[in-house]
Design a protein around this ligand. Structure first.
Ligand code: AMP
Length: 305
């Protein structure tokens, strides 16, 4: 599985506290989530030489190949800061400093030019396109995640890359912004005409929807007693979704439903602590027992006459 996305410094404010610059970035969360599955993965990204070696070591210990990570001498790493509102479902971006990302020229490692699954994490759509163009064979599945920043700043490039992908993940507000449709059903239908066969709309604490033609599947988010910091939940969802599909090598709609559950399950851990803290030590048994909880939450026996 090939992952493209930011490795970043994040500074987060939530009603529960405030962090200085900590490890963040879409590729970080995607990689940590995918490492819960038995998959080989590599990250393509860029950082400055201000990026902590301990962060790179951490990703390496999760068996993530970092040969596609460029370290720019004298450069500064992508920096993002955000502040969550009291409901924790909405946030304001305070700062986005692209830094080394602004002139990033991605290089896909040779060993990953035939990857089965490509997970294009949230970053400039022309970088996402560049990576697709470097693949030697058409991946079985190309998944793309994006956000409002790129809808605002690089819409035409985004529309071009959408023609080349299989699955898009984005949140409800972004789906509405992209299509001008308030109804998420209509929005998903419109997005399918732009290229992706499958549309996943993330609704934060209200779960996620999977669309494919007239088929719709819904997974709730696990109701949690405590949510500290939702940063990275969307990326963790995408990493779990992609990691599961890579591991199971099955891209049917039925299996995509399972992938949505795995993504939602992993995202439920991510939000329990600040930044990547919870994902770093997450144990297989914890993941399995929460999957049980997911089953119990959503299964019911009802007689239909
Ligand atoms: P999420 O909460 O899943 O939307 O992801 C948050 C992560 O996305 C943070 O760790 C940020 O470093 C990263 N991020 C924020 N804005 C951008 C952007 N414009 N491009 C790429 N990554 C971003």
């Amino acid at each position: 599985m090939l992952i493209v996305g930011t490795l970043a410094f994040d500074a987060i404010e939530s009603p529960f506290g405030k962090t200085d610059k900590i490890l963040g970035g879409a590729a970080t969360f995607i990689g940590l989530a995918a490492s819960q599955f038995d998959v080989k993965s590599a990250i393509v990204s860029v950082v400055g030489d201000d990026f902590n070696q301990e962060y790179l070591d951490l990703l390496s210990t999760k068996n993530i190949d970092l040969s596609g990570v460029e370290i720019v001498k004298g450069g500064r790493t992508f920096f993002w800061s955000g502040k969550y509102h009291n409901d924790l479902n909405t946030r304001d971006t305070l700062t986005t400093e692209l830094n080394t990302l602004a002139d990033f020229d991605p290089k896909v490692p040779e060993a990953y030019k035939n990857a089965d699954v490509v997970m294009l994490g949230n970053l400039h759509p022309s970088i996402q396109m560049d990576v697709i163009n470097q693949m030697e064979s058409r991946p079985k599945l190309i998944i793309l995640d994006t956000m409002n920043y790129w809808l605002d700043n690089a819409l035409n490039e985004l529309l071009e890359v959408l023609k080349k992908i299989d699955v898009i993940t984005l949140n409800d507000e972004e789906a509405r912004q992209l299509t001008g449709e308030y109804s998420l059903v209509k929005a998903a239908e419109k997005i399918e005409t732009m290229g992706p066969k499958y549309v996943v709309i993330k609704k934060g604490e209200h779960g996620a929807l999977l669309f494919n033609k007239k088929n719709i599947f819904f997974a709730p988010a696990l109701p949690l007693e405590e949510v500290f910091d939702p940063t990275g939940a969307g990326d963790t969802f995408a990493g779990g979704f992609a990691g599961y599909l890579t591991a199971t090598k099955n891209v049917s709609f039925e299996n995509l439903k399972n992938a949505v559950i795995h993504g939602s399950n992993l995202a439920s851990f991510c939000v329990e602590k600040f930044g990547t803290e919870r994902m770093v030590d997450l144990k297989f048994d914890e993941v399995q027992s929460r999957l049980e909880q997911f089953k119990e939450l959503t299964q019911f026996n009802i007689e239909i006459q």
